[in-house]
Design a protein around this ligand. Structure first.
Ligand SMILES: [Zn+2]
Length: 66
């Protein structure tokens, strides 16, 4: 049995154009769970390596309907 109150989690693979790091990030209800190395800002993911370019998402974020 699935409850609509349980957050929907999804793993999204992102690639940093500055240092070519590949990382899997966790999204809950379409929002990134913040980590020490990655920040979600203005709809984009930014890596902490210092590049100004946002990371590419290699997995599309699903839109969940409740
Ligand atoms: Zn980087």
């Amino acid at each position: 049995m699935k409850s609509p109150l349980i957050p929907k989690e999804q793993e999204v693979v992102v690639s940093c154009p500055g240092c070519n790091t590949l990382e899997t990030l966790l999204f809950v209800n379409g929002k990134m769970v913040p980590t020490r190395k990655f920040k979600h800002r203005l709809g984009n993911i930014f890596h902490s390596c210092g590049t100004e370019r946002p990371c590419k998402m290699l997995t599309s974020i699903k839109r969940f309907n409740y």
